[in-house]
Design a protein around this ligand. Sequence first.
Ligand SMILES: [Zn+2]
Length: 331
Amino acid sequence: MPDATPPIKDCNNIDLATLPMGHHQCWIPLVQNGIGNWTKVPATIFKSRIPGPTLLITAGIHGDELNSVVTAQRIAREWQGKVTSGCVVILPLLNPNGMLRHSRHFHTADGDLAPYNLNRGFPGNAEGTLPERYCAALWKLIQGIKADYCLDLHTQTKGMAYPLFIYADKSIPECASIATLIQADMLLDDLGQIGVFETEMNRAGIPTLTLEIGAGKRHQPHLVTRAVEGISRVAAHLGLMHQTTSSPLIPAQSGNAVTDVRAVKGGFALGRVEIGDNISAGQILFEQFDSFGNLIETYCAPIAGIVASIAEDPMREPGGLLVRILHSDTN
Ligand SMILES: [Zn+2]
């Protein structure tokens, strides 16, 4: 039996121009599945009586990235009554389809279609496959919000870990200033990739950052708290809410390139370095063992830099990521 709490209603879009001021929650239907049920995403909106910019916070486009979803949900709880001007729109769970399957991807019932990485498919195709239509429906919803800034929250994928890590195109001045306020551990200054939400939003003229919050399929309260604090500093900087802290800003360790070290064999890979370590070229990063425990491969750093991401799950296939090294490339 359903409980007596009235269900949160559906709405077809988010039209901030006509929405009354206040705190709103709704489900937004995006596409139907193969039995005609709608895949819906939750939305929280804070609209102040005083005009100001709109900040969009998105999370969970990859369904195995719990810290990002929990961070966005915590902001949706804790910012009630605190948004003093402008609007904040929070879409904390963009891929419920993947979340239900503990999966990064969007899954369909079509036997011809492989699981789909939504964060390579923007702006989507409204007449394509179901995942392409899903991307198009999300893109239409998000463009309709007419946000001025966006923060897209992620984590590493299941079995891998990041620290608090930003992908930002610092050639966009708004992205550069927001990135500093987050107070992440590390930052990659790059132009992004075609089809990635952050890249396509920046191309559409909406300054957007990707914030990676730790490891996939885990809840890491300390990193979530730091992410909430960083996003609150951004909101205060944009004039949406009062400043909560005035501690001095510490620059993230930054680079403009990453180099991945991947397994060349299948087996159990054990790290000999940790996230944040400064490593030198030639330093041992991982040792890999077969199913008997025999050493079968040693992986060394091809370049000096900082360990930005590392495999936490030792079982690695050939081609599986072991270490992502953040460094500077002058070419
Ligand atoms: Zn992700």
